[in-house]
Design a protein around this ligand. Sequence first.
Ligand code: AHG
Ligand code: MN
Ligand code: MN
Length: 351
Amino acid sequence: MSSVLSPSNTSISLTRYLIEEQRAGRINPDLRLLIEVVARACKTISIAVGKGALGGVLGDAGTPGAASMNIQGEAQKKLDVLSNEILLEANAWGGHLAGLASEEMDTSHPIPDVYPRGNYLLLFDPLDGSSNIDVNISVGTIFSVLRAPEGVTQAQDQDFLQPGTEQVCAGYTTYGPSTMLVLTIGNGTHAFTLDREVGSFVLTTRGMQIPDDTKEFAVNMSNQRHWQPPMQAYVTDLLAGKEGPRGKDFNMRWVASMVADVHRILTRGGIFSYPLDAKCAAQGGKLRLMYEANPMSFLVEQAGGAASTGRQRLLEVQPTGLHMRVPVFLGSKAEVETAVRYHHEFDAEQA
Ligand code: AHG
Ligand code: MN
Ligand code: MN
């Protein structure tokens, strides 16, 4: 009897993709398990997000009128807290981690003594874009994996403070019209779509490629008056369109969920920026280096794009704290280089 399945119409699940990467020697069984566990936790978060008001999970965490706050000084949503707990619980027992760190926790989180420990460190933003939850716009989870320093089995905060170039894996899931997982282990950036009936992630784009040039930018324009001069000059020239020095018209998109904005850029190009502004200058920026900027920069570079603070390659920034913030420019390579040039030219004039 001939089979109706041929290699061209069998789908590649995340499990199969990871097993094949393991056979090729690019990941070991512990990292494979780690990625599978994170993906499974994200499926659970996806179900909670998808239930919306029916799940009783919308709104602020804490007591009515007194939302609980995280270390960032931001009000926590119920789904921020729930997503954090789902990721912590899922990753505690597998034996692949020496520690965890999260946007929602002040300090790193030890692996409970009852479980074995491994060599990896996991950092995550359990729910990114949470200001969008209550209005039913895409949110996501961002994660980054580092190796624990030699000999460390119970990681402390300082063990996590490694530049983004040290990441061995990074990814995000986006909970949108479909749930997608976008992943890199340093061998390209690949997108998987959740088959909700089967309950498994299926490879839908192998080797995402960001076009070098773009006509689309993403920034919160309401901060314009607070920006520094090079950012003012860069955006002024974008807005001048065909008649200006850039010689082309630009379109603008801003979802205010980094996952959704970065996903658009990985899919069709663009530049995403959250520059320094007068409101966030004291903290060094708005977005967090360890679990927002670094994993997204790794994914973007692996897809042929670029990521910078405006003055330095993002992945080379030496972190000074778990919740350190940085300015971010990432996406289409030529456009990121143009934004960086405005910063360098301004700095040179000042010198
Ligand atoms: P989080 O919900 O994890 O705190 O992150 C929100 C971030 C990011 O997703 C987004 O790009 C940015 O904050 C939105 O900023 P604005 O509120 O200035 O639009
Ligand atoms: Mn975030
Ligand atoms: Mn978050």
